[in-house]
Ligand binder design. Sequence first.
Ligand SMILES: NC(=O)C1=CN([C@@H]2O[C@H](COP(=O)(O)OP(=O)(O)OC[C@H]3O[C@@H](n4cnc5c(N)ncnc54)[C@H](OP(=O)(O)O)[C@@H]3O)[C@@H](O)[C@H]2O)C=CC1
Ligand SMILES: CC(C)(CO)C(=O)C(=O)O
Length: 340
Amino acid sequence: MVSEQAKVAVFGAGMIGIYVGGLLARDADVALIGRPSMLDALADGVRLTDVDGLDETISGFTRTADPAALAGADLVLVTVKSMQTADAAAAIAAHAPPGALIISLQNGVSNPDVLRAALPGRTVLAGMVPFNVAQRGPAHFHRGTGGGLVVEDSPALAPFEPLIGRSFPLTKSSNIVGVQWGKLLVNLNNAVNALSGVSLAEQLRQRDYRRSWALSVAEGLKLVEAAGITPVDAIAMPLKLMPQIMSLPDALYGYVMAAAGGGKVRVDPHARSSMADDLARGRPTEVDYLQGEVVRLAQRLGRKAPVSARMVQLVKAAEQGAPPIPAKALYAELKAAKRG
Ligand SMILES: NC(=O)C1=CN([C@@H]2O[C@H](COP(=O)(O)OP(=O)(O)OC[C@H]3O[C@@H](n4cnc5c(N)ncnc54)[C@H](OP(=O)(O)O)[C@@H]3O)[C@@H](O)[C@H]2O)C=CC1
Ligand SMILES: CC(C)(CO)C(=O)C(=O)O
């Protein structure tokens, strides 16, 4: 039973955790658990803005590095990067009430299973965040693309639907595996964007970067379908058309995007993928949980995923300091990998 003011703990206060937790703090008792380097700047509240005109400064939430703030939570949102999920699970096991609902709002397809394995007897649901959040200032976070939250359908979600629904369009999905894989295929562009060294908007203006994403999606889509998974579209563009649309010459691509969704497909000029954020901050990336999942799926099916495998190598090199790769060179690398 959830008290009138739900207690929400966000484990991993970064781009997604601060944006989602900040909006929920308008209607709930929210604890943001994260690093002082992120949270110290929020002493006077956090300014949240979005592409649709939101501009609110929100305060009244708890900011802490102490996982003991999980105590008493009705709802725990896990928003750390995938390589930190095991740490999040250990903290939840130690501090969160056994009855708390846990929702992973992470990219990739394996995080909810990592949480479930480490948290037997607890309810863990997979969630999906389609939109981009960028930090525009120490206490300013901006949603730069559109979309609402998707969460695995479960009766355990019911008490929190009004709360979440007040801040985000919320879809409950009975095909969350398809939702996760659909998002993962979109996220194959995270690495392209990270390797490009430019914003998402600028990267998408360059055909050979788009074609690099298209090659990645086409390879991943075949494998996902061969595995019997029905991927769900995560963004306004149908996955099945994505390789063709992304391969269009610039002028035609611009025309299709302007026409798509009545011109409502918007990418903030400053937005970049979360993997580009990681490279910029000198942190390890999630490539093993994105392209790496495609490679592992291919192995399970007795097939190969040379495009994703090459992208893993290129991103690992970038983690070690390799410079950005121009669009033409990246596309040539991936075509060569595909040819074998
Ligand atoms: N950014 C985006 O636009 C989107 C991101 N996603 C996904 O959401 C998830 C979160 O991404 P994002 O918000 O960008 O990640 P961030 O790295 O911005 O946020 C996670 C934060 O959690 C902190 N953290 C990690 N472990 C702990 C711990 N044990 N205790 C306290 N704090 C901790 C991290 O600190 P430190 O770095 O110091 O470890 C970091 O500040 C990822 O799976 C990502 O792929 C999904 C959609 C869009
Ligand atoms: C929103 C999107 C697809 C691109 O920013 C993303 O999921 C990410 O950056 O991780």
